[in-house]
Design a protein around this ligand. Sequence first.
Ligand code: AGP
Length: 608
Amino acid sequence: MCGIVGATAQRDITPILLEGLRRLEYRGYDSAGVAIIDSAGGIQRVRAVGKVVELENALQATPVSGHLGIAHTRWATHGKPAEHNAHPHLSNGLAIVHNGIIENHAPLRKQLQDLGYSFTSETDTEVVAHLLAHHFAETGDMLSAFRNTLGEIHGAYALAVVHESEPGTLYCSRMGSPLVIGEGSGEHYLASDPLALLQVTDRFRYLEEGDYARVTLDTCDIWDHAGNTADRPVVRYEHAAHSLDKGEYRHFMLKEIFEQPQAISDTLAGTLGDDHVLTAILGPEAETRLADIANIHIVACGTSYHAGLVARYWIEEQAGIPCQVEVASEYRYRSVVVPANTLLITISQSGETADTLAALRYAKDQGYLATLAICNVAGSSLVREADWRLLTHAGPEIGVASTKAFTTQLVSLLWLTTALAQTHGRSQFVARNVNALRTLPALVEQVLGLEPAIVALAEQFANKHHALFLGRGPHYPIAMEGALKLKEISYIHAEAYAAGELKHGPLALVDEDMPVVSVAPSDSLLEKLKSNLEEVRARGGQLINFACETIEQSTDPEVRDVSLPWVEDCVSPIIYTLPLQLLSYHVALVKGTDVDKPRNLAKSVTVE
Ligand code: AGP
């Protein structure tokens, strides 16, 4: 999505800004721009629609240089992708770049128009530019003007500002969207992602929610939301994170499992308000049409299909919208009946899976209201060809077994469910979901701490040839995902069943050689699940229960309980995925298989 870079130095900062934008390219964008204060003290701005290379071409035609500047890659929310909507936006000697959404932009725009400000874009960002210019005209002081402006805007933002009156100073703030300050020697930088600045520094101050800062060549003053001076220590960047090497980890899969707290935070950045979700991130057309959606079809493959199956439970329960989910290889070859106002959702990590892409192309002629791609790769075919898109920000996933891609897909789908509940008069779910999503990264971190207990279980599992995974409700697809993980990397045959189906056939397989893994959170179906597990024990099956710590542990030596913390129902499928990922990883490790590149499989299935 959008990206910010800024710099103040005693050398020309244009190359730093451009390299920063290139490094943010993977996030996806539709236009880019820079604003630099030149040697005469005036702002020079260059913007271009398209890739960063288009901006480079524009800069070759109109070169700019200077010691202070800001730059931006934009993903359209308010206003179509066009040069006049690209950032930076200007007002009376200042330039500003912004990630996120200003929710009260409409009344502020009206207020500023009444004061005589004229607008050249449809963006919410230009509102902030004029508001800041207005406060500067009143006070003559940038810091007070910036503080007053922040007090009047609502929503999610990361902002960076330069003003001609202070040709060595960057102002910045964050609320709901990430922003870091990079430390150089005698120079400072800003970015929405440290990756953008790794060519100049690996030392960063991480701004906290509501922080604002004034940054010069050699000073960095930070204040918290309440206006108190804040000390944000310089932290050395952990190169292993999000990089294309394994760092301290033995396998990419393990690294990617442990990256999930960060991947989830990145996916949620800029998407949550105080007690609601910011639907503008879907883009203006999608935002206005959300309320029209009366039906949903979800199409995907493999792990991404499992994410869709979980979402069906959420969407039908919380948004009250009928939802059907299908594997893409089946969907693309059948006659689909599409009721009026149906949204088609495709889900894919890579965005290049042949069946999913073919399903999207087939759907284009079937009379859907719109198509939405939920995807981890911004420039992928799926994202380019869908009408609307929702990007997961898991970062590159190298291990063939999908881990952080799956949990971030679930996060995006829960976010979308919340947006649909919000627009379909089901407000009772909204604030609770937002709160659960906000606290999710910390919870994921905590549950990953169960690894030692799972290592012990893996030893007893590794000599088995078959396994059953059981779950109910939205945890049935989680059981399916657990079984898929185990079979693809440890080559143990594993099947998942809705626990209620057990006695309709698979119970015949259960004996002392058949481990049965249950996904047993403390939800309304727990008592039913317990009865199914009794049926397993009565046939001598070995049980491994991933269950909530509030449930009494079994004293039966053939039952292993792994306790998870109590969690809100809405995020429980995400949390219960984690121990299953760790279990399959450690079983594969004991078996000595090629964890990251399991036999016969490819990361991206681009053939039918
Ligand atoms: C799961 O671990 C696999 N990597 C596989 O099932 C994968 O989810 C499937 O091939 C779909 O890929 P996609 O998400 O890139 O479309």
